[in-house]
Design a protein around this ligand. Structure first.
Ligand SMILES: O=C(OCc1ccccc1)c1cn[nH]c1
Length: 240
């Protein structure tokens, strides 16, 4: 997988060299390249923003630098790349979306700042490649970089070979539509708190049943809407 990120803060993504994704990059599984949007400006001040048509507070990112930056990445014709634009106005980012991104060969992330990117950038590229506006949640960030970091991590760890033990990807929150069960490790008692005895029983069937029940109870308590959604697992479902 190739990932390109266009941002006015390219050094923000240096951290990717350290984390889990660092190994994936070294092994060539994931090739992450950052691009400084200001390198695609031609004025002395390397201007990337201007006042909004129609008035109002804040600034809007100019289309020209974005056009030059994105053309440098995907060319000037049709492309199989997927352009992802983090935005409060986007579709919710879910584990399902992370799986979809993980299946892509080439992801291009456009990090907006200020009030956003001139709409014509999305409109233009939508004529040449797939574009998805994705929201991390119902809150506003100062820019897309934090959202892109989250999306790269969530998708990158699903790329085969990036995570050592693929088994650990299955038993996770949201993988089966439920929140994850509580986890415990040694010691068997800590500050007067015991580990649930069933987990010490060595009875795998009972452990699996207890874990499933914990998932359903926790989901019902914290995220009841996940149980109501179509195709949601019902408490009796076998683990997928
Ligand atoms: O703020 C966000 O993206 C950064 C951004 C993009 C465009 C204009 C301003 C800020 C965001 C919130 N949830 N998901 C993404």
């Amino acid at each position: 997988m190739r990932i390109d990120v266009v941002t006015i803060f390219p050094s923000f993504f240096d951290v990717l060299d350290l984390s889990l994704l660092g190994k994936a990059r070294q092994s060539g599984l994931i090739d992450v390249r950052t691009h400084d949007l200001r390198d695609f400006t031609h004025d002395r001040h390397r201007t990337v923003d201007d006042t909004p048509y129609g008035g109002g507070a804040g600034m809007v990112m100019k289309p020209e630098p974005w056009g030059e930056a994105l053309d440098a990445i995907v060319g000037t014709g049709p492309s199989d790349a997927l352009l992802v634009v983090p935005s409060p106005a986007g579709e919710p980012f879910t584990q399902a979306a992370a799986r979809e991104l993980a299946a892509e060969e080439h992801l291009v992330f456009a990090c907006g700042r200020y009030e956003g990117i001139d709409q014509r950038v999305v409109d233009h590229y939508a004529t040449r490649l797939r574009v998805r506006l994705i929201s991390l949640g119902d809150y506003v960030l100062n820019g897309g970089e934090v959202a892109v970091m989250a999306m790269i991590e969530a998708a990158g760890r699903l790329v085969p070979g990036v995570v050592g033990n693929p088994e650990s990807l299955v038993e996770e929150s949201h993988e089966d539509g439920l929140l994850e069960y509580p986890s415990y490790t040694k010691p068997a008692e800590w500050r007067g708190l015991p580990v649930p005895p069933v987990l010490l029983s060595g009875h795998h069937g009972r452990v699996a049943e207890w874990r499933r029940q914990q998932q359903v109870e926790r989901t019902r308590r914290v995220r009841p809407e996940l149980l109501a959604s179509p195709g949601a697992p019902s408490p009796g479902d076998e683990a997928e």
